[in-house]
Write a protein that binds this ligand. Structure first.
Ligand SMILES: *Cc1c(COP(=O)(O)O)cnc(C)c1O
Length: 330
Protein backbone atom coordinates (compact mmCIF):
# COMPACT_ATOMS: atom_id res chain seq x y z
CA UNK A 1 0.00 0.00 0.00
CA UNK A 2 1.08 3.55 -0.73
CA UNK A 3 -0.14 5.05 2.51
CA UNK A 4 0.45 2.46 5.23
CA UNK A 5 3.79 3.90 6.39
CA UNK A 6 2.10 7.04 7.67
CA UNK A 7 0.69 7.22 11.20
CA UNK A 8 -3.11 6.94 11.24
CA UNK A 9 -5.59 7.15 14.12
CA UNK A 10 -8.78 5.13 13.73
CA UNK A 11 -11.70 7.60 13.96
CA UNK A 12 -14.34 6.15 11.65
CA UNK A 13 -15.73 2.92 10.22
CA UNK A 14 -14.10 1.90 6.95
CA UNK A 15 -14.67 0.80 4.25
CA UNK A 16 -17.75 2.96 3.83
CA UNK A 17 -20.58 1.26 1.89
CA UNK A 18 -20.58 1.22 -1.92
CA UNK A 19 -23.72 0.42 -3.86
CA UNK A 20 -25.65 0.96 -7.09
CA UNK A 21 -28.24 3.72 -7.49
CA UNK A 22 -30.69 1.54 -9.44
CA UNK A 23 -33.80 3.65 -9.18
CA UNK A 24 -32.02 6.95 -9.87
CA UNK A 25 -30.22 5.42 -12.88
CA UNK A 26 -33.55 4.15 -14.22
CA UNK A 27 -35.25 7.50 -13.65
CA UNK A 28 -32.52 9.31 -15.62
CA UNK A 29 -32.03 6.75 -18.39
CA UNK A 30 -28.30 7.53 -18.70
CA UNK A 31 -25.22 5.63 -17.50
CA UNK A 32 -25.34 3.30 -14.48
CA UNK A 33 -24.80 5.33 -11.31
CA UNK A 34 -23.19 4.12 -8.08
CA UNK A 35 -22.55 5.79 -4.75
CA UNK A 36 -19.70 5.69 -2.21
CA UNK A 37 -21.16 6.47 1.21
CA UNK A 38 -18.69 8.71 3.01
CA UNK A 39 -21.79 10.21 4.63
CA UNK A 40 -21.54 7.00 6.69
CA UNK A 41 -17.97 7.28 8.02
CA UNK A 42 -19.47 6.90 11.48
CA UNK A 43 -17.83 9.85 13.25
CA UNK A 44 -20.37 12.40 14.46
CA UNK A 45 -22.87 11.86 11.61
CA UNK A 46 -20.16 11.22 9.03
CA UNK A 47 -18.44 12.98 6.17
CA UNK A 48 -15.26 13.09 4.10
CA UNK A 49 -13.24 14.99 6.73
CA UNK A 50 -13.11 11.86 8.92
CA UNK A 51 -10.68 10.29 6.43
CA UNK A 52 -8.44 13.34 6.46
CA UNK A 53 -8.49 13.64 10.25
CA UNK A 54 -7.28 10.05 10.71
CA UNK A 55 -3.95 11.09 9.16
CA UNK A 56 -3.84 14.73 10.32
CA UNK A 57 -4.59 14.10 13.99
CA UNK A 58 -2.18 11.15 14.10
CA UNK A 59 0.47 13.68 13.03
CA UNK A 60 -0.73 16.11 15.73
CA UNK A 61 -0.39 13.44 18.41
CA UNK A 62 3.06 12.47 17.14
CA UNK A 63 4.13 16.09 17.49
CA UNK A 64 2.87 16.19 21.07
CA UNK A 65 -0.07 18.54 20.48
CA UNK A 66 -2.74 18.89 23.17
CA UNK A 67 -4.99 21.37 21.35
CA UNK A 68 -6.45 21.38 17.82
CA UNK A 69 -7.23 24.63 15.99
CA UNK A 70 -9.15 24.94 12.76
CA UNK A 71 -11.45 27.33 10.89
CA UNK A 72 -14.55 27.29 8.74
CA UNK A 73 -18.03 28.64 8.15
CA UNK A 74 -20.45 28.44 11.08
CA UNK A 75 -22.15 25.44 9.40
CA UNK A 76 -18.78 23.82 8.59
CA UNK A 77 -18.87 20.01 8.41
CA UNK A 78 -15.10 20.06 8.69
CA UNK A 79 -15.27 21.90 12.03
CA UNK A 80 -17.92 19.51 13.36
CA UNK A 81 -15.89 16.40 12.49
CA UNK A 82 -12.70 18.00 13.83
CA UNK A 83 -14.45 18.86 17.11
CA UNK A 84 -15.71 15.27 17.45
CA UNK A 85 -12.34 13.73 16.54
CA UNK A 86 -10.54 15.98 19.05
CA UNK A 87 -13.02 14.91 21.74
CA UNK A 88 -12.48 11.24 20.85
CA UNK A 89 -8.71 11.67 21.22
CA UNK A 90 -8.86 13.72 24.43
CA UNK A 91 -7.66 16.92 22.76
CA UNK A 92 -8.98 20.45 23.28
CA UNK A 93 -10.52 21.98 20.15
CA UNK A 94 -10.67 25.66 19.11
CA UNK A 95 -12.76 26.70 16.11
CA UNK A 96 -12.46 30.02 14.29
CA UNK A 97 -15.85 30.47 12.70
CA UNK A 98 -16.96 32.94 10.01
CA UNK A 99 -19.27 35.83 10.90
CA UNK A 100 -20.78 36.55 14.31
CA UNK A 101 -22.27 34.27 16.93
CA UNK A 102 -25.92 33.64 15.99
CA UNK A 103 -28.71 33.87 18.58
CA UNK A 104 -29.35 30.15 18.72
CA UNK A 105 -27.35 27.27 17.36
CA UNK A 106 -28.56 24.67 14.90
CA UNK A 107 -27.07 21.96 12.67
CA UNK A 108 -23.30 21.66 12.76
CA UNK A 109 -22.85 24.57 15.17
CA UNK A 110 -25.06 22.89 17.76
CA UNK A 111 -22.97 19.73 17.41
CA UNK A 112 -19.69 21.70 17.76
CA UNK A 113 -21.06 22.91 21.08
CA UNK A 114 -21.97 19.41 22.23
CA UNK A 115 -18.41 18.26 21.50
CA UNK A 116 -17.14 20.91 23.89
CA UNK A 117 -15.17 22.95 21.36
CA UNK A 118 -14.21 26.59 22.02
CA UNK A 119 -15.53 29.21 19.56
CA UNK A 120 -13.76 32.28 18.18
CA UNK A 121 -15.81 34.44 15.80
CA UNK A 122 -14.06 36.05 12.83
CA UNK A 123 -16.64 38.86 12.44
CA UNK A 124 -15.96 40.89 9.30
CA UNK A 125 -12.58 39.24 8.70
CA UNK A 126 -12.13 36.56 6.08
CA UNK A 127 -12.40 32.98 7.32
CA UNK A 128 -9.04 31.95 8.66
CA UNK A 129 -7.51 35.44 8.79
CA UNK A 130 -7.24 35.41 12.59
CA UNK A 131 -5.87 31.89 12.88
CA UNK A 132 -2.36 33.03 13.67
CA UNK A 133 -3.72 35.13 16.50
CA UNK A 134 -5.62 32.20 18.01
CA UNK A 135 -2.47 30.07 17.75
CA UNK A 136 -0.37 32.75 19.46
CA UNK A 137 -2.92 33.19 22.24
CA UNK A 138 -2.97 29.42 22.92
CA UNK A 139 0.82 29.20 22.91
CA UNK A 140 1.08 32.07 25.37
CA UNK A 141 -1.43 30.24 27.59
CA UNK A 142 0.98 27.27 27.68
CA UNK A 143 -0.93 25.00 25.28
CA UNK A 144 0.63 23.02 22.43
CA UNK A 145 -1.71 23.89 19.55
CA UNK A 146 -1.75 22.16 16.16
CA UNK A 147 -3.29 23.93 13.19
CA UNK A 148 -5.51 21.90 10.87
CA UNK A 149 -5.80 23.92 7.64
CA UNK A 150 -9.12 25.03 6.21
CA UNK A 151 -11.10 21.92 5.13
CA UNK A 152 -8.28 19.64 6.29
CA UNK A 153 -6.68 20.11 2.88
CA UNK A 154 -3.05 19.64 3.84
CA UNK A 155 -0.71 17.10 2.25
CA UNK A 156 -1.87 14.52 4.81
CA UNK A 157 -5.54 15.33 4.19
CA UNK A 158 -4.89 14.82 0.49
CA UNK A 159 -3.08 11.53 1.08
CA UNK A 160 -6.17 10.33 2.94
CA UNK A 161 -7.97 10.29 -0.40
CA UNK A 162 -5.19 8.25 -1.99
CA UNK A 163 -5.93 5.77 0.81
CA UNK A 164 -9.64 6.11 -0.01
CA UNK A 165 -9.00 4.93 -3.57
CA UNK A 166 -6.97 2.01 -2.24
CA UNK A 167 -10.04 1.18 -0.16
CA UNK A 168 -12.28 1.47 -3.23
CA UNK A 169 -10.05 -0.84 -5.26
CA UNK A 170 -10.09 -3.52 -2.56
CA UNK A 171 -13.82 -3.13 -2.11
CA UNK A 172 -14.78 -3.15 -5.80
CA UNK A 173 -12.07 -5.61 -6.85
CA UNK A 174 -13.65 -8.37 -8.91
CA UNK A 175 -17.19 -6.97 -8.83
CA UNK A 176 -17.15 -5.68 -12.38
CA UNK A 177 -15.63 -3.17 -14.77
CA UNK A 178 -13.93 -0.25 -13.04
CA UNK A 179 -15.72 3.06 -12.74
CA UNK A 180 -15.26 5.40 -15.70
CA UNK A 181 -15.87 8.54 -13.60
CA UNK A 182 -15.90 9.60 -9.97
CA UNK A 183 -18.01 12.74 -9.35
CA UNK A 184 -17.98 14.69 -6.07
CA UNK A 185 -18.20 18.13 -4.44
CA UNK A 186 -14.89 20.02 -4.51
CA UNK A 187 -14.26 22.87 -2.11
CA UNK A 188 -10.97 23.15 -0.21
CA UNK A 189 -9.28 20.81 -2.70
CA UNK A 190 -7.93 17.91 -0.63
CA UNK A 191 -10.54 15.43 -1.79
CA UNK A 192 -10.01 16.39 -5.42
CA UNK A 193 -6.19 16.41 -5.26
CA UNK A 194 -6.13 13.09 -3.39
CA UNK A 195 -8.46 11.33 -5.84
CA UNK A 196 -6.45 12.71 -8.77
CA UNK A 197 -3.18 11.54 -7.26
CA UNK A 198 -4.61 8.19 -6.18
CA UNK A 199 -6.04 7.43 -9.63
CA UNK A 200 -2.61 8.19 -11.16
CA UNK A 201 -0.58 6.15 -8.67
CA UNK A 202 -2.97 3.21 -8.74
CA UNK A 203 -3.28 3.36 -12.56
CA UNK A 204 -7.05 3.52 -12.43
CA UNK A 205 -8.77 4.19 -15.77
CA UNK A 206 -11.12 6.60 -14.01
CA UNK A 207 -11.82 10.27 -14.69
CA UNK A 208 -11.88 12.36 -11.51
CA UNK A 209 -14.61 14.99 -11.90
CA UNK A 210 -14.91 17.68 -9.22
CA UNK A 211 -17.98 19.89 -9.07
CA UNK A 212 -16.80 23.24 -7.69
CA UNK A 213 -19.17 24.48 -4.98
CA UNK A 214 -17.42 27.68 -3.89
CA UNK A 215 -16.65 30.59 -6.23
CA UNK A 216 -14.32 32.49 -3.97
CA UNK A 217 -12.17 30.15 -1.97
CA UNK A 218 -9.79 31.94 0.38
CA UNK A 219 -6.13 31.77 -0.69
CA UNK A 220 -3.68 33.57 -2.96
CA UNK A 221 -3.90 31.10 -5.82
CA UNK A 222 -6.83 30.40 -8.13
CA UNK A 223 -8.63 27.24 -7.05
CA UNK A 224 -7.55 25.07 -9.98
CA UNK A 225 -3.86 25.92 -9.44
CA UNK A 226 -4.27 25.15 -5.74
CA UNK A 227 -5.59 21.61 -6.44
CA UNK A 228 -2.79 20.88 -8.92
CA UNK A 229 -0.15 22.10 -6.48
CA UNK A 230 -1.64 20.10 -3.61
CA UNK A 231 -1.59 16.88 -5.67
CA UNK A 232 2.08 17.48 -6.48
CA UNK A 233 3.05 18.20 -2.88
CA UNK A 234 1.18 15.13 -1.58
CA UNK A 235 2.89 12.90 -4.15
CA UNK A 236 6.29 14.19 -3.01
CA UNK A 237 5.31 13.45 0.59
CA UNK A 238 4.59 9.85 -0.48
CA UNK A 239 8.01 9.68 -2.14
CA UNK A 240 6.42 9.28 -5.59
CA UNK A 241 7.13 12.55 -7.31
CA UNK A 242 4.38 13.07 -9.92
CA UNK A 243 3.77 16.22 -11.92
CA UNK A 244 0.30 17.56 -12.52
CA UNK A 245 -0.81 20.26 -14.91
CA UNK A 246 -4.08 21.93 -15.93
CA UNK A 247 -4.64 19.10 -18.45
CA UNK A 248 -4.97 16.64 -15.54
CA UNK A 249 -7.75 18.58 -13.83
CA UNK A 250 -11.47 18.11 -14.53
CA UNK A 251 -13.20 20.77 -12.46
CA UNK A 252 -16.76 21.81 -13.34
CA UNK A 253 -17.14 25.44 -12.31
CA UNK A 254 -20.52 26.17 -13.84
CA UNK A 255 -22.69 24.97 -10.97
CA UNK A 256 -21.90 27.55 -8.29
CA UNK A 257 -25.18 29.40 -8.68
CA UNK A 258 -25.47 32.38 -6.37
CA UNK A 259 -22.35 31.34 -4.44
CA UNK A 260 -21.29 29.27 -1.45
CA UNK A 261 -24.17 27.98 0.64
CA UNK A 262 -26.92 29.67 -1.40
CA UNK A 263 -29.56 27.03 -2.16
CA UNK A 264 -31.21 27.37 -5.57
CA UNK A 265 -33.73 25.33 -7.60
CA UNK A 266 -31.00 22.98 -8.93
CA UNK A 267 -29.89 21.95 -5.43
CA UNK A 268 -33.50 21.59 -4.28
CA UNK A 269 -34.30 19.33 -7.23
CA UNK A 270 -31.21 17.15 -6.70
CA UNK A 271 -31.85 16.75 -2.97
CA UNK A 272 -35.49 15.87 -3.50
CA UNK A 273 -34.80 13.47 -6.43
CA UNK A 274 -32.22 11.41 -4.50
CA UNK A 275 -34.43 11.41 -1.41
CA UNK A 276 -37.49 10.22 -3.36
CA UNK A 277 -35.80 7.67 -5.63
CA UNK A 278 -33.26 6.22 -3.22
CA UNK A 279 -34.12 7.35 0.31
CA UNK A 280 -30.68 8.99 0.60
CA UNK A 281 -30.07 12.44 2.07
CA UNK A 282 -27.85 15.04 0.44
CA UNK A 283 -26.82 18.33 2.03
CA UNK A 284 -27.72 21.81 0.76
CA UNK A 285 -24.16 23.22 0.43
CA UNK A 286 -21.94 20.49 -1.06
CA UNK A 287 -23.50 17.21 -2.11
CA UNK A 288 -26.81 18.75 -3.23
CA UNK A 289 -24.87 21.03 -5.57
CA UNK A 290 -22.57 18.21 -6.75
CA UNK A 291 -25.56 15.97 -7.50
CA UNK A 292 -27.24 18.86 -9.34
CA UNK A 293 -24.09 19.05 -11.49
CA UNK A 294 -24.09 15.30 -12.08
CA UNK A 295 -27.79 15.32 -13.07
CA UNK A 296 -27.14 18.14 -15.53
CA UNK A 297 -24.14 16.33 -17.03
CA UNK A 298 -26.20 13.15 -17.48
CA UNK A 299 -29.01 15.12 -19.13
CA UNK A 300 -26.56 16.95 -21.42
CA UNK A 301 -25.20 13.59 -22.59
CA UNK A 302 -21.67 14.05 -21.20
CA UNK A 303 -21.52 10.32 -20.36
CA UNK A 304 -21.89 7.29 -22.64
CA UNK A 305 -24.67 4.78 -21.98
CA UNK A 306 -22.16 2.11 -20.89
CA UNK A 307 -20.19 4.39 -18.56
CA UNK A 308 -20.22 3.54 -14.85
CA UNK A 309 -20.30 6.70 -12.80
CA UNK A 310 -19.55 6.73 -9.07
CA UNK A 311 -20.96 9.62 -7.03
CA UNK A 312 -18.73 10.06 -3.97
CA UNK A 313 -21.09 11.21 -1.20
CA UNK A 314 -18.98 13.44 1.03
CA UNK A 315 -21.52 13.94 3.84
CA UNK A 316 -22.99 17.15 5.22
CA UNK A 317 -26.45 16.02 6.38
CA UNK A 318 -26.43 17.94 9.73
CA UNK A 319 -26.61 21.22 7.75
CA UNK A 320 -30.03 20.21 6.41
CA UNK A 321 -31.64 21.36 9.64
CA UNK A 322 -29.93 24.76 9.50
CA UNK A 323 -31.37 25.24 5.97
CA UNK A 324 -34.93 24.17 6.81
CA UNK A 325 -36.51 27.31 5.29
CA UNK A 326 -34.52 27.10 2.04
CA UNK A 327 -35.47 23.43 1.60
CA UNK A 328 -39.24 23.91 1.80
CA UNK A 329 -40.97 22.90 -1.43
CA UNK A 330 -42.06 25.94 -3.47
C1 LIG B 1 -15.56 19.60 3.00
C2 LIG B 1 -16.65 19.00 2.21
C3 LIG B 1 -16.51 18.77 0.83
C4 LIG B 1 -15.33 19.22 0.04
O1 LIG B 1 -14.15 18.51 0.29
P1 LIG B 1 -12.77 19.28 0.08
O2 LIG B 1 -11.73 18.27 0.33
O3 LIG B 1 -12.78 20.41 1.06
O4 LIG B 1 -12.74 19.82 -1.32
C5 LIG B 1 -17.55 18.17 0.16
N1 LIG B 1 -18.67 17.79 0.82
C6 LIG B 1 -18.85 18.00 2.12
C7 LIG B 1 -20.12 17.58 2.75
C8 LIG B 1 -17.84 18.60 2.88
O5 LIG B 1 -18.03 18.82 4.18
Amino acid sequence: MLTDKLPRESLGFFPTPLHALERLSDALGGPRLFIKRDDQTGLALGGNKTRKLEFILADALERGADTIVTAGASQSNHCRQTAAAAAALGLECHLLLGGRAPDGSQGNLLLDQLFGSHFHWAGEHRKGEDLREVMRYLESAGRRPYLVPYGGSSELGTIAFVAALEELQRQWGGRGRPFTHIVFASSSGGTHAGLMLGARLLRMPTQIVGIGVDKDMPGERPYNAHIIELAGRASARLGRERRFGPEDLWLEEGYQGEGYGVVGPAEREAISLLARTEGILLDPVYTGRAMAGLLDMVRRGVFDADDRVLFWHTGGAPAIFAYADELQPE
